[in-house]
Write a protein that binds this ligand. Structure first.
Ligand code: G3P
Ligand code: CA
Length: 241
């Protein structure tokens, strides 16, 4: 059965990476949510896609230069819709606490491809352990060094290699890292690497799938998971209950 992850929450209906988007994902009967994590100036894991707050809040500046107190004063909803004004940037802690009261899976993407955020791996793993959610969490990153550090800290936490178009050799690399899955764009399924992944028993999850055509003719039976901005709408279009 393919797992439907709400990408940045149900981000078509609500502002991405906010509690509103996560609650909407639950209402849409997603199996899980995907979130992006960066590190504040005072070392807290915060849930926001970009390295700056400019696009998705009413503030400006780099996440790494702002404290949690400063980040929490920003409005993370009104850029999307005035009705969503008052949403804030969630802390990873808040999301984990909320997830604990649901049965949702959680994909935490460590956004270290542009900012190194020293120590982010330990911060995230400590939080996941504190909330005893390791069996429902997968950590992913485009940054292989980040994934290596995650694996050094925990031999058991589930990790996924994220690829954009750097596909060649990804299966070898994933096996070397002790990764549990590959998160790729749908075109990956038409490459030799997807056959290698299958032979290696590595599940493949695809992003971002919003329309049936985005699957590029691939049957869901070959796909362990999809990341979508609209879980209910995609399920309906695909005829998946
Ligand atoms: O995890 C898949 C996807 O979220 C990666 O791209 O830019 O949406 O974080 P992006
Ligand atoms: Ca992401």
């Amino acid at each position: 059965m393919t797992t439907f992850y709400a990408h940045r929450g149900a981000s078509t209906m609500c502002p991405e990476n906010t509690m509103a988007a996560f609650r909407q994902a639950l209402r849409e009967k997603a199996d899980g949510i995907e979130i992006d994590v960066q590190l504040s100036k005072d070392g807290e894991a915060v849930v926001i896609h970009d390295e700056t707050v400019d696009r998705t809040t009413n503030g400006t500046g780099a996440v790494k230069d702002m404290t949690v107190l400063e980040l929490k004063q920003l409005d993370a909803g009104s850029w999307y819709n005035q009705a969503c004004a008052g949403e804030t940037i969630p802390l990873l802690e808040e999301v984990l606490k909320w997830i604990g009261g649901t049965e949702l899976k959680l994909n935490i993407e460590l956004k270290t491809d542009r900012e190194p955020y020293p120590g982010i791996e330990q911060v995230v793993i400590d939080a996941v352990r504190r909330h005893e959610l390791a069996d429902r969490v997968v950590l992913s990153s485009f940054n292989l060094e980040t994934l290596r550090r995650v694996r050094d800290i925990s031999s058991s936490v589930s990790i996924a290699v994220l690829v954009w178009d750097n596909i060649d050799g990804v299966v070898k690399c994933a096996r070397h890292l002790g990764a549990d899955a590959i998160h790729a764009r749908p075109g990956f399924m038409h490459t030799a690497e997807s056959l290698r992944a299958e032979a290696a028993g590595l599940p493949i999850r695809l992003y971002t799938v919003n329309e049936p055509e985005d699957l590029k003719g691939i049957s869901l039976q070959f796909v362990d998971g999809v990341f979508t901005d609209s879980p209910a709408r995609l399920r309906g279009k695909l005829g998946v209950v």
